[in-house]
Write a new protein. Sequence first.
Length: 422
Amino acid sequence: MSNTSQRDPRLVPRHTAPVRPTVFVMESQTKASLPVIESMARAGVRVACGSEKRFNSGFMSRHCRERHVYPSPRDRKREFQEWLLALCERRRFEMLFAVGHYGALAVCEIQDALRQFTKLLIPPLPQFRDAYEKIPTMKAALRASVPIPDSWFPEDDGGIEAVIPRIERWPVLVKPSVGVGARGITWCYNADELRTNYSRISAEQGVCYVQDFVPPGGMQYKVDMLVDDGQRALAGVVYGKTRMYPPDGGSSVLNFSADRPDILDLSRRMLVELKWTGFCDFDFVDDPRDNVAKLMEINPRFPESFNMGCSIGIDFPGMMLRLARGEAVHPVTDYPKNRFLRFLPGDFLWFLRVSNKQRFSTWPSWFRFFGRDTAYQLIRADDPGPILGYALENLAALFDRRTRRERLRLQSGARQSTRNPR
């Protein structure tokens, strides 16, 4: 009987755990990145985050497993693109989530090269630019019969002098075709102001157009929608802006999920017209003069209020990952109404800027901090890291003049004449 010798342990196969897929979430300093990070973590996907800022909410989330600091896609776009290509070639992430206004455009411009190394869910660059730039957006809306405020395009219509006689009511707004928020938008109360401001803003901001001013009184709405490459609606949510900062027209600090199927339909018509693929965000406003919801702009990226849909059960990031993988995605056809999303730091600033009447009559009550129908953008009971990271980022921003002015909304909104509207 032969003796059995002990097996060499080096020859025994090791039962190693399977490698978890990893996704890369860009611009983790934005509020929009946190729902993406959390969704991927719930799905068992490893999350790597990237930002131009060393301190930010995404980096300090307990779900972030890698942190990458990169060149600014706003100020150093070419360097950022080269950095991103090198990272994706080396790390081979399963999917890249192109969060951020400037980052999304930078990614879209090099998507063909990136697709060699990772999955993307974004439209081709021409379609992306039609949504990124406001003039092509307005023209697409006209083709799709989606209502917009009266608009004139001097570059196509014989110049500003040819446009002026066609304007029947004032004020009007001069708007840059490319811009973030209300920056560069200028009010004009008569023809002389329009001539002066149109020339100046065009020189400063590039191609501009002229648009009718929609007076206050109508609710502002946002729409988040996801479609496949055949423009089949997979999910969509409409939500209103009940409080904004600055209070007279800025970024929303409290939203509510709204029952507006008409606005959802208008949004899908736009995506069909644009031959869109993936996620898109829209801004609408109810015009109090005719009670018609009118498209103001499209944002071909995740908005800062992206957690609205995620907080009421629409897992946009998870659906996007399955779509990019080629897996079946079942449409979400309904969602809870009158649920709230609150950005508490911005809501504090709103409280400080408004009158006592507004403070105590706003809906929902400003003093209602808890409830099963309310979610917060950065505050998590089980994860204090994001709000701490946000605080540190803003503390660092105090030493950067441009960022400080933008965060505090100093000269960042529409420029308005000191006179009263006629």
